[in-house]
Design a protein around this ligand. Structure first.
Ligand SMILES: NC(=O)c1ccc[n+]([C@@H]2O[C@H](COP(=O)([O-])OP(=O)(O)OC[C@H]3O[C@@H](n4cnc5c(N)ncnc54)[C@H](O)[C@@H]3O)[C@@H](O)[C@H]2O)c1
Length: 357
Protein backbone atom coordinates (compact mmCIF):
# COMPACT_ATOMS: atom_id res chain seq x y z
CA UNK A 1 0.00 0.00 0.00
CA UNK A 2 1.43 3.41 -0.94
CA UNK A 3 2.01 5.99 1.77
CA UNK A 4 -0.84 8.51 1.41
CA UNK A 5 0.37 12.07 1.74
CA UNK A 6 -1.34 15.45 1.78
CA UNK A 7 0.36 18.80 1.20
CA UNK A 8 -0.73 22.04 2.87
CA UNK A 9 0.43 25.13 0.95
CA UNK A 10 1.04 24.78 -2.78
CA UNK A 11 3.07 27.93 -3.41
CA UNK A 12 6.53 28.23 -4.91
CA UNK A 13 8.18 25.56 -2.75
CA UNK A 14 5.02 23.51 -2.27
CA UNK A 15 5.42 22.50 -5.91
CA UNK A 16 8.61 20.63 -5.00
CA UNK A 17 6.63 18.61 -2.43
CA UNK A 18 3.87 17.94 -4.98
CA UNK A 19 6.36 16.80 -7.62
CA UNK A 20 8.23 14.57 -5.17
CA UNK A 21 5.11 12.80 -3.91
CA UNK A 22 3.72 12.50 -7.43
CA UNK A 23 6.85 10.83 -8.77
CA UNK A 24 6.90 8.42 -5.81
CA UNK A 25 3.47 7.27 -7.05
CA UNK A 26 5.11 6.07 -10.30
CA UNK A 27 6.62 3.21 -8.32
CA UNK A 28 3.69 2.77 -5.92
CA UNK A 29 5.70 4.03 -2.94
CA UNK A 30 3.51 7.03 -2.16
CA UNK A 31 0.37 8.73 -3.33
CA UNK A 32 -0.26 12.48 -3.50
CA UNK A 33 -3.69 11.95 -1.97
CA UNK A 34 -4.83 15.53 -1.35
CA UNK A 35 -3.74 19.15 -1.20
CA UNK A 36 -4.97 22.08 0.89
CA UNK A 37 -4.36 25.53 -0.58
CA UNK A 38 -6.15 28.59 0.74
CA UNK A 39 -5.78 30.65 -2.44
CA UNK A 40 -8.65 29.63 -4.79
CA UNK A 41 -6.73 30.41 -8.01
CA UNK A 42 -3.75 28.44 -6.85
CA UNK A 43 -6.04 25.62 -5.69
CA UNK A 44 -7.54 25.48 -9.17
CA UNK A 45 -4.07 25.34 -10.71
CA UNK A 46 -3.16 22.39 -8.49
CA UNK A 47 -6.39 20.59 -9.37
CA UNK A 48 -5.69 21.05 -13.08
CA UNK A 49 -2.06 19.97 -12.90
CA UNK A 50 -1.96 17.24 -10.25
CA UNK A 51 -5.43 15.70 -10.53
CA UNK A 52 -5.97 15.13 -6.81
CA UNK A 53 -8.65 16.47 -4.44
CA UNK A 54 -7.83 20.05 -3.41
CA UNK A 55 -9.32 21.74 -0.35
CA UNK A 56 -9.30 25.41 0.59
CA UNK A 57 -9.42 24.46 4.28
CA UNK A 58 -6.77 22.07 5.62
CA UNK A 59 -9.05 21.03 8.51
CA UNK A 60 -11.55 19.74 5.98
CA UNK A 61 -8.78 17.83 4.22
CA UNK A 62 -7.66 16.28 7.51
CA UNK A 63 -11.25 15.32 8.31
CA UNK A 64 -12.20 13.83 4.95
CA UNK A 65 -9.00 12.22 3.67
CA UNK A 66 -7.44 9.06 4.99
CA UNK A 67 -3.83 10.30 5.06
CA UNK A 68 -0.70 8.77 6.60
CA UNK A 69 1.27 12.01 6.54
CA UNK A 70 1.03 15.71 5.82
CA UNK A 71 3.71 18.07 4.62
CA UNK A 72 3.39 21.66 5.75
CA UNK A 73 4.60 24.22 3.22
CA UNK A 74 2.82 27.36 4.36
CA UNK A 75 4.78 30.59 5.07
CA UNK A 76 7.36 30.45 7.89
CA UNK A 77 5.08 31.90 10.61
CA UNK A 78 2.12 29.68 9.65
CA UNK A 79 3.59 26.21 10.15
CA UNK A 80 2.42 25.88 13.72
CA UNK A 81 -1.42 25.79 13.43
CA UNK A 82 -1.29 23.33 10.53
CA UNK A 83 1.18 21.07 12.31
CA UNK A 84 -0.88 21.07 15.51
CA UNK A 85 -4.04 20.18 13.59
CA UNK A 86 -2.26 17.41 11.64
CA UNK A 87 -0.80 15.92 14.83
CA UNK A 88 -4.20 16.07 16.54
CA UNK A 89 -5.62 14.15 13.56
CA UNK A 90 -2.92 11.49 14.07
CA UNK A 91 -0.92 12.27 10.92
CA UNK A 92 2.86 12.18 10.59
CA UNK A 93 4.21 15.64 9.73
CA UNK A 94 6.98 16.94 7.52
CA UNK A 95 7.29 20.65 8.32
CA UNK A 96 9.17 23.10 6.16
CA UNK A 97 11.92 25.08 7.86
CA UNK A 98 11.84 26.84 10.28
CA UNK A 99 9.76 24.59 12.53
CA UNK A 100 8.29 27.77 14.05
CA UNK A 101 9.55 31.31 14.59
CA UNK A 102 9.12 31.05 18.37
CA UNK A 103 10.64 28.70 20.93
CA UNK A 104 7.24 28.17 22.61
CA UNK A 105 5.68 27.34 19.25
CA UNK A 106 8.31 24.68 18.54
CA UNK A 107 7.80 23.16 21.98
CA UNK A 108 4.02 23.08 21.47
CA UNK A 109 4.48 21.28 18.14
CA UNK A 110 6.91 18.75 19.66
CA UNK A 111 4.48 18.09 22.54
CA UNK A 112 1.58 17.64 20.11
CA UNK A 113 3.56 15.10 18.05
CA UNK A 114 4.61 13.22 21.20
CA UNK A 115 1.03 13.09 22.48
CA UNK A 116 -0.16 11.70 19.17
CA UNK A 117 2.87 9.40 18.81
CA UNK A 118 3.54 10.67 15.29
CA UNK A 119 6.70 11.58 13.42
CA UNK A 120 7.63 15.28 13.35
CA UNK A 121 10.31 15.83 10.72
CA UNK A 122 11.71 19.19 9.61
CA UNK A 123 12.77 19.76 6.02
CA UNK A 124 16.38 20.73 6.73
CA UNK A 125 17.57 19.43 3.39
CA UNK A 126 21.19 20.63 3.69
CA UNK A 127 21.84 17.45 5.67
CA UNK A 128 21.00 15.42 2.57
CA UNK A 129 23.61 17.06 0.32
CA UNK A 130 26.34 14.43 -0.32
CA UNK A 131 28.98 17.17 0.03
CA UNK A 132 27.70 17.99 3.51
CA UNK A 133 27.38 14.32 4.44
CA UNK A 134 31.06 13.84 3.55
CA UNK A 135 31.93 16.79 5.79
CA UNK A 136 29.82 15.41 8.65
CA UNK A 137 31.52 12.00 8.37
CA UNK A 138 35.03 13.50 8.58
CA UNK A 139 34.12 15.83 11.45
CA UNK A 140 32.34 13.04 13.36
CA UNK A 141 35.28 10.68 12.96
CA UNK A 142 37.55 13.32 14.54
CA UNK A 143 39.78 13.72 11.48
CA UNK A 144 39.54 17.51 11.62
CA UNK A 145 40.26 17.51 15.35
CA UNK A 146 38.35 19.89 17.59
CA UNK A 147 36.42 22.43 15.51
CA UNK A 148 37.57 25.90 16.50
CA UNK A 149 35.87 28.25 14.10
CA UNK A 150 34.17 28.51 10.76
CA UNK A 151 32.17 30.67 8.43
CA UNK A 152 28.99 30.31 6.46
CA UNK A 153 27.22 32.50 3.95
CA UNK A 154 23.79 32.06 2.46
CA UNK A 155 22.49 34.83 0.24
CA UNK A 156 19.49 35.15 -2.08
CA UNK A 157 18.89 37.52 -4.95
CA UNK A 158 16.53 40.37 -4.07
CA UNK A 159 13.73 38.90 -6.20
CA UNK A 160 13.06 36.35 -3.43
CA UNK A 161 11.61 38.79 -0.84
CA UNK A 162 10.50 41.38 -3.44
CA UNK A 163 8.81 39.22 -6.14
CA UNK A 164 8.20 35.83 -4.54
CA UNK A 165 6.51 36.64 -1.23
CA UNK A 166 6.56 40.39 -0.41
CA UNK A 167 3.34 39.90 1.62
CA UNK A 168 4.97 37.63 4.18
CA UNK A 169 8.65 38.68 3.94
CA UNK A 170 8.08 41.10 6.88
CA UNK A 171 7.15 38.04 9.00
CA UNK A 172 10.41 36.38 7.95
CA UNK A 173 14.01 37.53 7.49
CA UNK A 174 17.31 36.27 6.05
CA UNK A 175 17.76 34.62 9.47
CA UNK A 176 14.49 32.71 9.30
CA UNK A 177 14.36 32.02 5.58
CA UNK A 178 18.05 31.20 5.02
CA UNK A 179 19.98 31.12 8.30
CA UNK A 180 18.07 28.21 9.81
CA UNK A 181 19.33 25.91 7.05
CA UNK A 182 22.92 26.43 8.13
CA UNK A 183 22.23 26.74 11.88
CA UNK A 184 20.91 23.20 11.56
CA UNK A 185 23.68 21.96 9.28
CA UNK A 186 26.47 23.21 11.53
CA UNK A 187 24.71 21.83 14.65
CA UNK A 188 24.32 18.46 12.96
CA UNK A 189 27.86 18.29 11.56
CA UNK A 190 29.40 19.17 14.94
CA UNK A 191 26.76 17.36 17.08
CA UNK A 192 26.46 20.48 19.17
CA UNK A 193 23.94 23.20 20.00
CA UNK A 194 24.04 26.99 20.11
CA UNK A 195 25.28 28.59 23.34
CA UNK A 196 25.77 32.36 22.77
CA UNK A 197 24.92 34.66 19.89
CA UNK A 198 25.92 38.13 18.83
CA UNK A 199 24.26 39.46 15.69
CA UNK A 200 23.94 42.69 13.75
CA UNK A 201 21.08 43.26 11.33
CA UNK A 202 20.77 45.90 8.62
CA UNK A 203 17.55 47.34 7.24
CA UNK A 204 18.27 49.40 4.13
CA UNK A 205 17.01 48.67 0.66
CA UNK A 206 14.02 46.40 1.34
CA UNK A 207 12.61 48.86 3.85
CA UNK A 208 13.55 52.12 2.12
CA UNK A 209 13.20 51.24 -1.57
CA UNK A 210 10.50 48.56 -1.53
CA UNK A 211 8.48 49.28 1.63
CA UNK A 212 9.12 45.74 2.94
CA UNK A 213 9.88 45.97 6.64
CA UNK A 214 12.49 43.28 7.16
CA UNK A 215 16.25 42.93 7.42
CA UNK A 216 18.38 43.08 4.28
CA UNK A 217 21.09 41.17 6.10
CA UNK A 218 21.91 39.56 9.41
CA UNK A 219 25.47 38.74 10.41
CA UNK A 220 25.56 36.42 13.39
CA UNK A 221 28.45 35.02 15.37
CA UNK A 222 27.37 31.87 17.19
CA UNK A 223 29.36 30.16 19.91
CA UNK A 224 28.39 26.50 20.14
CA UNK A 225 28.44 24.32 23.26
CA UNK A 226 31.51 22.46 21.89
CA UNK A 227 33.46 25.75 21.89
CA UNK A 228 33.41 26.37 18.13
CA UNK A 229 32.64 29.91 16.97
CA UNK A 230 30.92 30.11 13.60
CA UNK A 231 29.99 33.28 11.74
CA UNK A 232 26.91 33.33 9.53
CA UNK A 233 26.46 36.03 6.86
CA UNK A 234 22.85 35.95 5.72
CA UNK A 235 21.15 38.25 3.23
CA UNK A 236 18.51 38.37 0.52
CA UNK A 237 19.36 41.52 -1.40
CA UNK A 238 21.91 40.30 -3.97
CA UNK A 239 21.34 42.09 -7.31
CA UNK A 240 19.09 40.50 -9.91
CA UNK A 241 22.14 40.24 -12.19
CA UNK A 242 23.92 37.86 -9.79
CA UNK A 243 24.76 34.52 -11.43
CA UNK A 244 22.35 32.37 -9.37
CA UNK A 245 19.28 32.85 -7.16
CA UNK A 246 21.26 31.54 -4.19
CA UNK A 247 24.90 31.85 -3.14
CA UNK A 248 26.13 29.63 -0.33
CA UNK A 249 29.35 28.39 1.23
CA UNK A 250 30.58 26.72 4.40
CA UNK A 251 34.03 26.38 5.93
CA UNK A 252 34.94 24.69 9.21
CA UNK A 253 38.42 24.81 10.72
CA UNK A 254 39.57 22.34 13.36
CA UNK A 255 42.80 21.66 15.25
CA UNK A 256 43.81 19.07 12.61
CA UNK A 257 42.31 20.33 9.40
CA UNK A 258 39.74 22.32 7.53
CA UNK A 259 36.84 21.57 5.21
CA UNK A 260 35.45 24.07 2.76
CA UNK A 261 32.52 23.68 0.36
CA UNK A 262 31.07 26.06 -2.20
CA UNK A 263 27.60 24.53 -2.40
CA UNK A 264 26.36 26.89 -5.09
CA UNK A 265 29.02 26.77 -7.75
CA UNK A 266 29.59 23.09 -8.51
CA UNK A 267 31.37 23.50 -11.82
CA UNK A 268 28.42 24.05 -14.16
CA UNK A 269 28.08 27.53 -15.68
CA UNK A 270 26.73 29.24 -18.76
CA UNK A 271 26.68 32.54 -20.59
CA UNK A 272 23.90 33.01 -23.15
CA UNK A 273 23.35 36.31 -25.00
CA UNK A 274 20.95 38.45 -23.00
CA UNK A 275 21.25 36.25 -19.91
CA UNK A 276 24.77 36.92 -18.67
CA UNK A 277 26.81 34.50 -16.59
CA UNK A 278 24.88 31.80 -14.72
CA UNK A 279 26.05 29.12 -12.32
CA UNK A 280 24.02 26.12 -11.25
CA UNK A 281 23.64 24.16 -8.05
CA UNK A 282 22.65 20.92 -9.72
CA UNK A 283 22.94 19.14 -6.39
CA UNK A 284 19.74 20.77 -5.10
CA UNK A 285 17.05 19.94 -7.64
CA UNK A 286 17.76 18.85 -11.19
CA UNK A 287 15.52 17.17 -13.73
CA UNK A 288 15.70 14.56 -16.41
CA UNK A 289 13.11 12.97 -18.67
CA UNK A 290 12.46 9.27 -18.18
CA UNK A 291 11.72 6.87 -21.03
CA UNK A 292 7.99 7.49 -20.66
CA UNK A 293 8.54 11.22 -21.18
CA UNK A 294 7.92 12.13 -17.53
CA UNK A 295 10.00 14.80 -15.79
CA UNK A 296 11.87 13.25 -12.86
CA UNK A 297 13.28 15.43 -10.08
CA UNK A 298 16.51 14.52 -8.32
CA UNK A 299 18.79 16.10 -5.71
CA UNK A 300 19.00 16.71 -1.99
CA UNK A 301 15.95 19.03 -2.19
CA UNK A 302 13.93 15.99 -3.25
CA UNK A 303 15.78 13.42 -1.14
CA UNK A 304 14.82 15.11 2.16
CA UNK A 305 11.12 14.89 1.26
CA UNK A 306 11.45 11.28 0.08
CA UNK A 307 13.05 10.53 3.44
CA UNK A 308 9.79 11.48 5.16
CA UNK A 309 7.98 8.84 3.09
CA UNK A 310 10.70 6.27 3.86
CA UNK A 311 10.28 6.96 7.58
CA UNK A 312 6.50 6.52 7.39
CA UNK A 313 7.03 3.26 5.47
CA UNK A 314 9.41 2.06 8.17
CA UNK A 315 6.81 2.88 10.86
CA UNK A 316 4.07 1.11 8.90
CA UNK A 317 6.39 -1.91 8.63
CA UNK A 318 6.88 -2.18 12.37
CA UNK A 319 9.67 0.28 13.19
CA UNK A 320 9.20 2.75 16.04
CA UNK A 321 9.84 6.44 16.58
CA UNK A 322 12.52 5.47 19.11
CA UNK A 323 14.34 3.37 16.54
CA UNK A 324 14.20 6.18 13.96
CA UNK A 325 15.44 8.79 16.46
CA UNK A 326 18.65 10.53 15.36
CA UNK A 327 18.23 9.45 11.75
CA UNK A 328 16.28 12.48 10.47
CA UNK A 329 15.93 16.20 11.29
CA UNK A 330 13.48 16.05 14.19
CA UNK A 331 11.19 18.52 15.93
CA UNK A 332 13.78 18.70 18.74
CA UNK A 333 16.45 19.67 16.17
CA UNK A 334 14.04 22.28 14.82
CA UNK A 335 13.65 23.69 18.34
CA UNK A 336 17.44 24.03 18.82
CA UNK A 337 17.71 25.84 15.48
CA UNK A 338 14.86 28.19 16.41
CA UNK A 339 16.62 28.97 19.70
CA UNK A 340 19.67 30.18 17.72
CA UNK A 341 17.52 32.18 15.29
CA UNK A 342 15.46 33.79 18.07
CA UNK A 343 18.67 34.73 19.90
CA UNK A 344 20.17 36.18 16.69
CA UNK A 345 17.11 38.38 16.14
CA UNK A 346 17.08 39.38 19.80
CA UNK A 347 20.77 40.31 19.59
CA UNK A 348 20.22 42.27 16.36
CA UNK A 349 17.40 44.19 18.08
CA UNK A 350 19.16 44.92 21.37
CA UNK A 351 22.84 44.99 20.41
CA UNK A 352 23.54 42.53 23.23
CA UNK A 353 25.19 39.12 23.35
CA UNK A 354 22.38 36.62 23.99
CA UNK A 355 22.85 33.49 26.09
CA UNK A 356 20.80 30.57 24.84
CA UNK A 357 19.58 28.70 27.85
N1 LIG B 1 13.52 23.94 1.92
C1 LIG B 1 13.72 24.94 1.04
O1 LIG B 1 14.71 25.04 0.33
C2 LIG B 1 12.69 25.99 0.93
C3 LIG B 1 12.72 26.83 -0.17
C4 LIG B 1 11.74 27.80 -0.26
C5 LIG B 1 10.78 27.89 0.75
N2 LIG B 1 10.81 27.05 1.80
C6 LIG B 1 9.82 27.15 2.88
O2 LIG B 1 8.57 26.71 2.39
C7 LIG B 1 7.52 27.50 2.97
C8 LIG B 1 6.69 28.10 1.86
O3 LIG B 1 7.49 28.96 1.08
P1 LIG B 1 7.06 29.37 -0.40
O4 LIG B 1 8.23 30.05 -1.00
O5 LIG B 1 6.45 28.23 -1.10
O6 LIG B 1 5.93 30.45 -0.06
P2 LIG B 1 4.66 30.84 -0.95
O7 LIG B 1 4.12 32.10 -0.39
O8 LIG B 1 5.01 30.78 -2.39
O9 LIG B 1 3.65 29.63 -0.68
C9 LIG B 1 2.92 29.46 0.51
C10 LIG B 1 1.56 28.89 0.13
O10 LIG B 1 0.84 28.55 1.31
C11 LIG B 1 -0.52 28.91 1.09
N3 LIG B 1 -1.18 29.01 2.37
C12 LIG B 1 -1.03 29.97 3.33
N4 LIG B 1 -1.82 29.70 4.38
C13 LIG B 1 -2.47 28.55 4.10
C14 LIG B 1 -3.42 27.77 4.82
N5 LIG B 1 -3.87 28.12 6.02
N6 LIG B 1 -3.89 26.65 4.23
C15 LIG B 1 -3.46 26.28 2.99
N7 LIG B 1 -2.56 27.00 2.26
C16 LIG B 1 -2.07 28.11 2.82
C17 LIG B 1 -0.43 30.21 0.31
O11 LIG B 1 -1.65 30.53 -0.36
C18 LIG B 1 0.71 29.91 -0.65
O12 LIG B 1 0.26 29.32 -1.86
C19 LIG B 1 8.21 28.53 3.85
O13 LIG B 1 8.22 28.10 5.17
C20 LIG B 1 9.62 28.59 3.31
O14 LIG B 1 10.59 28.95 4.29
C21 LIG B 1 11.72 26.09 1.90
Amino acid sequence: MPVKVGVVGAGIFGVNHLNTFRQLSYTGVAELAAVAEINPDRAEWVRANYGCPVYLDYNEMLEKEDLDGVSVVTPDHLHRPVTLAACAAGKHVLCEKPLDVTVEGCQEMIDAARRANVLLQVDFHKRYDPEHIAMERRVSSGELGKILYGKVCMEDRIEVPVDWFPHWAPSSSPGWFLGVHFFDLVSWVMKSTGKRVFAVGRKETLNNDYGIDTYDSISAMVEFANGAVISFDLSWILPREFEAVVNQEIKLVGTKGLWEIDTQYRGSRSCVAGEGMKTYNNGFISTYTDKQGRTIYRGYGVESIEDFVRNILALKNGSTLDRLAGKYPSGEDGLEVTKIAVAAHESARTGKVIDIS
